[in-house]
Write a protein that binds this ligand. Sequence first.
Ligand code: C2E
Ligand code: CA
Ligand code: CA
Length: 659
Amino acid sequence: MLSGQLLDVIKGIESDQFVPYFQPIVELRSGVLTGFEILARWRHPERGIVTPDEFIPLTERSHSINALTEKLLQRAFVIAAYMPSHLTLSINISPTQLHDSSLPSQFQRAAASGRFPLERLIVEITESALASNLERARETAHALKDMGARLALDDFGTGFSSLIHLQKLPFDELKVDASFVRSITKDRDSRKIAAAIIGLGHSLGLTTVAEGIEDQAQADLLLWLGCELGQGWFYGQPIAPRAMTRFDFAHPPGPPAGMPVTGWDHEASTHLEALPAQRLAQLQAIYDGAHVGLCFLDRNLRYTSINRGLAEIDGLPVAYHLGRAIADVVPEMYSHLETCLQRALRGKPTASTEIHDIDLTQSGDPRSLLVSCQPARDEAGEVIGISVSVIDITDRAKAEKALKESEDHYRNTVELSPQVTWTADPNGRILDFGSLWETLTGMTRDETLGEGWINALHPDDVEPARLQWEQSRRTGAPIDIEYRIGRKHGNYRWMRARAYPRRGENGEVTRWYGVVEDIDMQKKTERALLRSQSRLQAVFDAVPVGLVIAEAPSGRIVMRNPHAEYILGPSDAEIDTIDAYRKRTAFHPDGTPVQPHEYPLARAILHGETTPPEQILYQRADGSKVLLRATASPVRGLNGEITGGVLALEEIDGEKEPS
Ligand code: C2E
Ligand code: CA
Ligand code: CA
């Protein structure tokens, strides 16, 4: 005997009181509509709209659930004619229906008469449907799949959850139950369950769909966790069939008025371009391919994951690490890292640690490692572990050591060289200089920098040096000055300071680069030369012999002493040549003219000959004549080459010819 309620249901089905309502399902990333879930409603003539929780058990008991599903599908397929052809329809079936072998053919009939391709149909099965007779359920499920329909595991995580169902049945979709979604932003455990379900779905290659999304925060967090599709009041409540004919499929309704639109405040979620699943794959590839050693330690400092790079550094297989404590796996490394690991566990970021000469692989080839330990937090900001990165910096450390050695070498070289290099800013303030300066002057660095260097100069050289430096800075002309520097009391050394400006793009001086050279020895030699030169000059001037010096090969007269002028008479020009002398006609004592090649200075310069004393009758410019004894000899350079000649002239007393 059927109760009145059950009869009521049967009558209701027959008289089409049951109607399909449609709830939008969207892609979480874009909000784009992908389909609808069909939810049954009973339009009761007296009670109004009755929800499934109330009548589904009745239809099951009255064995009219199949009839109900068929009616719903028929009407839904009519509505589907209004929909874009890519949209799917999801239909719920009761546990008992899955054990009914006529279900697939029933679906096929409905689809054929409604001209709805079964590829667009998703059949939602709750787990409780599978518990009683998994074998039968398997058959039906495969039959549905063979017709092209897709299968979704509904309410996953509630009821008789068993992973065996996922393994035994050909599911395409996994629906995250609304109970987890509801508390996902508030309760850490449901967040973790949701994350685990979504992760499980991904790893099995299933599409994940979240039910009962009521606000933006839930949607954002689900997206961040990698969930692909979603449905719920936030995207639209179940819609009556009549309203479906007016539905704007391109612009799904979105949240009803008054629905909170609060975003999940996680910086990562808003910037993601790729789907989380793709992102995960990319990250995994990066993780494994990285040249950096990476691992993740849980709160007990056990390896949760480790990449190949770090396993290689440790010299141990990846699998050996997993689940073990870092202190046990690499005790030597752990002793260096203990402090920063503890800090990271307390949520404090730590600076990188350098570990030198550590031989983890016992290969006799110690390495230098740069290790960073950063706290890893979950979506709620709680520290769940530590992310460790390890870079092998052995080569870098070697290079640095070599660099330092060569720097020291350079410094020594600079210190040994008699030059002080320096740089100055455009205002002429010394920025840096070689340390030889300190040795030479006894001044400290700080005393020297800026304008302090001037205090090392000899008091007489301060003003000229300052003036020249100022002028060069104004004009940008290279500087080349000499001054003496020294310790306070005497002991000054001569220095030569030269500098060139470096210019910027607009030609403005950006830096002065200079060098100060110790020229004291040079200067002293020069002075000595000058002194001996002036002594020679005195002799040159005082001797009662006429001396004429000419350069080779031009024969240009470069010097004459006063006695030469007295003998020969004043010259026409400041600088004379042998030719000019020749023009003043020279004669042999016998009165024949001296030929150009016979002239003693010419022989000395042109042939390198030292001429024996010869008598020459010389006619001065004023016509008076003088009898001379002339001797010439060449002047040779360091390599023996002739650089000039010297002519010595003596007046032969009393032999002066009357004019
Ligand atoms: P379900 O398959 O899990 O369907 C989702 C339920 O959550 C629906 O309730 C839907 O109206 C409701 N819902 C959707 N979005 C939200 C939301 O944002 N917040 C909240 N609080 N609820 C939301 P409904 O329509 O009352 O259906 C209840 C259950 O009845 C369904 O759960 C499904 O298992 C079953 N059912 C519905 N239609 C049929 C049917 O034609 N055949 C069978 N066998 N079962 C059905
Ligand atoms: Ca469902
Ligand atoms: Ca559900």
